[in-house]
Structures are given as structure tokens and as C-alpha cells.
Design a protein around this ligand. Structure first.
Ligand code: NAG
Ligand code: NAG
Length: 364
């Protein structure tokens, strides 16, 4: 059984392991979620007003900035891709809870959870519409929905997964703001920062529901756009996205975190990747790199490498005590051992990524 207090997952690997045929939800037997009943992703004016009421607020009503960089456009496309995936996920979660599907019957007193999730769905719809409206204002094709499959069949696993992918988003929007500011796309920073706060509030709720402390770390773990782009594709039915190819970001090979229930202590972690994708057997030429909080990337050797059929398994030291590595850690296997000054340098050298590790403080 999946632990409700600790989640460790390579999203891509978990999703790949879940056959599309497993679903018994009649919400979307074939993974197609859109258009929703409220018209999303293309709601009418009246439908949009309904979404805004459920979201407890409106789309920003000022104009888009007059200009944007190419990198800025890429960020808006990634945000749209991510937010539409989140709308699909939370819409199905609300459906499962509302209809008390097996594993989703929260019993009496679930109004708070359901009401919170309904607000989240509507807020994610507005995040997606805002990004796509900005793309349209800059004469770009809006990002269209894909088909999805989610590797969860009970409420606790669903909330744990939401907590992990929201942590990745919270790290990635830091990167988006950083890239906006580098390219003088400063007109977009305020709105994206407001979304970071909203996603952080959501994360506090997911953590509370899992009986974790609402705030995970003083400085949330950073990420880069390529890592998020790869992780999101773990939930997408391959070939189902009409225009994902308009997003010029990198997709890495999957890195599987095999260790489960990772405790807050220094230890070796266990990983695997596909041998063919490595196209080398010089394992000493590869490194494991960890991103946690706002710290300089931590580099470790692959140890105890074993090759069986097409799979390479190995260990790597996880220096929890030295760096107090609570919350999300993003692992990558890179060519070379750096040193890597920042997350961008890690992404540049990464072959297998992102491995997602969550470590939590004991409650009492
Ligand atoms: C909803 O329930 C179905 C049936 O168990 C499951 O396949 C699907 O992954 C669930 N979705 C979410 C978001 O929990
Ligand atoms: C293996 O080759 C592919 C295709 O040339 C490349 O994308 C990938 O980065 C290579 N992997 C390594 C570990 O060198």
C-alpha cells in the first residue's frame, strides 16, 4: 500500500506503470476530459462568469504587456500545458469524491474537502485561460488539451500525487519568473507570482489532508522548466496532444526512484534507468545530482551499479543530515560530475530526470 504520509515517485515512471485500462471511473473511460460541461477550455462569457464565481475571483482584467521574449512565450505554453493537465486531474478527483467511488468515499463531513477541491478546479481553469489568453494576445496558438491517465485509484494516493506535482510547479514557477526577469518580461512577473502564492495555499491544504505540517521548508525547492515538462508528460497518453510540439523544451529519459517511504536521515537511495537510453556502460562517467531548497546542486557517484536485461539499478548517497533535505528533492543523472553552479547547469548535463523524492518532518 502507498504510504499516505510519504510519497516517492518518478511521476513518469508511476504513470507509465498504470495501464489505461485500469480505470473504472466513468468520468473519462478513454482519457478525454475536454470540453468540460462549463465549456472549458473555451467557455462562453456566461460560463466564464460561472467559473469565476466558483474560483472566488476573476481573471486579471488588464491588457497583456506590449511585447514578450521567445523564452517568455515558451513559459506561457508550459504553464498552459500544466494547468490544463491539473484541471483534468482535479476535475476527475472531484468526480470521484462526489460519486464516492471505491477508495474515494470520505464519509460524513467531507464538505470542506470537496468545497476546497471545487475551488481549486475553477482556479486552475482560470490559470490555464490566463496563460492561453496571453498567448492569443501575442498571436500564438493556445495550448490544447491532451488525453490523460492518472496512476491513482484512491483519495490518499491522489492527494499525495497532487502534493508532489504541485511541489514541482512551485519550483518551476521560480524558474519562469527568473527567465522572465532575465529577458525583461517584467510585465508578467506579478501575475505569475500571484499564482505561486495560490499554488502554495493549495499545497498547504494537500499537506494538511495528509496530516503533514502545512509548510514544508523555509525556501521551497527550485526546479527548471524542462524537468516539469518531462514530469507532466508522464500523465499524458502518448501522441494525444494536438500541439505540444509547439513547446521547445527538453524531455529527459525517466529516472525511477525505487526507495519507498524515505525517512529524514542520511542514507543510500536506490534508483534505476533504462540501459539503452544511457548508450554508455562507463557508469563512472555519470553522476546523481540533487536539487533541494535554494542550495547549490549536490553531486554524488553512482554506487553498486547492476545491469540486468535492459535495466540499470544503482545506489547513491542521500546526504540528508548535511543539508537538512526536507520537502521535495529533484534527482537527475547527469553526464559528468560538474560541479554544477545552478539548476540550469544540471538540466544541461542531465540525461535521466526528474526523480522526485519527498521527505517529511515527523509530526510529533
Ligand atoms: C478516479 O477514479 C478512477 C477509478 O478508480 C481512477 O482510475 C482515476 O485515476 C481516479 N482519478 C483521480 C484523479 O483520483
Ligand atoms: C544517447 O544518445 C541519444 C541520441 O543520440 C542522446 O539523446 C542521449 O543524450 C545519449 N545519452 C547519453 C547518456 O549519452
Amino acid at each position: 500500500m502507498r504510504s499516505s504520509t510519504l510519497v516517492t515517485a518518478s511521476l513518469a515512471a508511476v504513470a507509465a506503470a498504470a495501464p489505461a485500462s485500469k480505470r473504472s471511473s466513468d468520468f473519462s473511460p478513454d482519457g478525454a476530459y475536454f470540453p468540460l460541461q462549463n465549456g472549458f477550455p473555451s467557455p462562453s462569457k456566461d460560463q466564464l462568469m460561472g467559473i469565476q464565481k466558483e474560483a472566488a475571483g476573476t481573471l486579471p482584467n488588464g491588457p497583456a504587456p506590449p511585447t514578450i521574449s521567445d523564452d517568455g512565450l515558451t513559459s506561457l505554453k508550459l504553464i498552459a500545458l500544466n494547468e490544463i493537465f491539473e484541471v483534468a486531474f482535479f476535475t476527475e478527483l472531484v468526480y470521484n469524491v462526489t460519486n464516492k467511488l471505491p477508495g474515494y468515499d470520505l464519509g460524513y463531513g467531507n464538505e470542506y474537502v470537496l468545497g476546497s477541491l471545487q475551488a481549486i478546479v475553477a482556479q486552475e481553469q482560470l490559470h490555464a485561460l490566463n496563460a492561453n489568453n496571453a498567448l492569443k494576445a501575442f498571436k500564438q496558438e493556445p495550448i490544447q488539451p491532451c488525453k490523460y491517465s492518472f496512476p491513482v485509484t484512491d483519495f490518499h494516493a491522489a492527494i499525495a500525487l497532487a502534493g508532489t506535482f504541485t511541489d514541482v510547479v512551485l519550483g518551476t514557477l521560480q524558474d519562469v519568473n527568473q527567465i522572465f526577469s532575465k529577458n525583461r518580461d517584467d510585465g508578467l512577473v506579478r501575475a505569475v507570482s500571484s499564482v505561486i502564492g495560490n499554488e502554495g495555499e493549495q499545497e498547504g491544504f494537500f499537506r494538511l489532508v495528509q496530516k503533514k505540517r502545512p509548510s514544508s521548508q523555509p525556501f521551497l525547492t527550485t526546479s527548471v522548466r524542462d524537468f516539469a515538462f518531462t514530469a507532466i508528460q508522464g500523465f499524458i497518453i502518448p501522441g494525444s496532444c494536438p500541439n505540444i510540439d509547439t513547446i521547445p523544451l527538453k524531455t529527459f529519459e525517466p529516472l525511477n526512484v525505487l526507495s519507498q517511504d524515505i525517512q529524514p536521515k542520511t542514507q543510500n537511495l536506490h534508483f534505476s534507468f533504462d540501459k539503452k537510453a544511457a548508450n554508455t556502460s562507463d557508469w563512472e562517467s555519470l553522476s546523481v545530482v540533487y536539487l533541494n531548497q535554494q542550495n547549490v546542486p549536490v553531486v554524488k557517484n553512482l554506487q553498486n551499479v547492476q545491469v540486468k536485461d535492459d535495466t540499470v539499478t544503482f545506489d547513491a548517497a542521500f546526504p540528508f543530515d548535511e543539508f537538512v533535505m526536507f520537502g521535495l528533492t529533484i534527482a537527475a543523472v547527469t553526464k559528468g560530475s560538474g560541479p554544477f553552479a545552478n539548476p540550469d547547469a544540471v538540466a544541461k548535463a542531465a540525461v535521466f530526470a526528474p526523480g522526485l523524492i519527498e521527505v517529511n518532518a515527523p509530526l510529533y
